[in-house]
Write a protein that binds this ligand. Structure first.
Ligand SMILES: [Zn+2]
Length: 199
């Protein structure tokens, strides 16, 4: 009974939030996708050494501008980016759960990235190189948290920060006919639950 109530409340939330997402996609995103050009240029330069690597300053800037244009968040100074081991990501995730300060992407045993509010740092897995749309989408997701943090956007609960982070990730992946579900196995309903204060 209680489960049904939660489900219907979540579906109502989805219905209420959907128009603003489609609006953002249709209006602001009609401009040339500079971020894709920047990403592809970056990749062609880096092609020789596509091992693990840090995103360049130019790429971070392009991602920030793209998010800002599409999701009504102000551009901010660049975050720090660290590539860390899987164990470190898992530890950071536990700290995130305890403090409500950080936002982690991924499940308990497969954390793919964490953003730390106080350190203003994006932590990516140490194999990250941004060569695929999915990897870039992880950076985009975490960059949303950075822009939210820097702009001191207020939320009813920490989970609510995920709504725009997933929407940005989804919009990016849609340029390559991919989805958060196809790349990360996170279906829209699970995404909604992760973004909801009702937990
Ligand atoms: Zn997130």
């Amino acid at each position: 009974m209680r489960k049904c109530l939660v489900v219907s409340t979540l579906l109502a939330t989805l219905a209420a939030t959907s128009p603003s997402f489609s609006g953002a996609t249709n209006n602001a995103d009609s401009s040339p996708p500079v971020v894709i050009a920047s990403w592809q240029q970056d990749l062609s330069v880096q092609k020789r050494s596509l091992g693990a690597r840090y995103p360049t300053a130019e790429l971070l800037d392009a991602v920030g501008v793209w998010i800002s244009k599409n999701f009504d968040l102000p551009i901010a100074v660049r975050p720090r980016v660290e590539l860390v081991t899987q164990d470190s990501l898992t530890a950071l995730r536990y700290r995130a759960v305890e403090t409500d300060q950080n936002a982690a992407l991924g499940g308990e045993h497969d954390v793919v990235a964490v953003y730390d509010d106080s350190a203003e740092t994006i932590y990516l897995a140490d194999g990250w190189n941004g060569a695929t749309p999915a990897e870039m989408s992880v950076l985009i997701h975490e960059m949303v948290h950075h822009l939210q943090n820097r702009s001191a956007t207020k939320f009813e609960c920490p989970q609510q920060r995920e709504t725009v982070a997933f929407a940005a990730q989804e919009l990016w992946l849609s340029k390559f006919d991919r989805t958060v579900e196809s790349e990360f196995g996170i279906d829209p309903f699970t995404r909604l639950v992760k973004s909801s204060c009702i937990q």
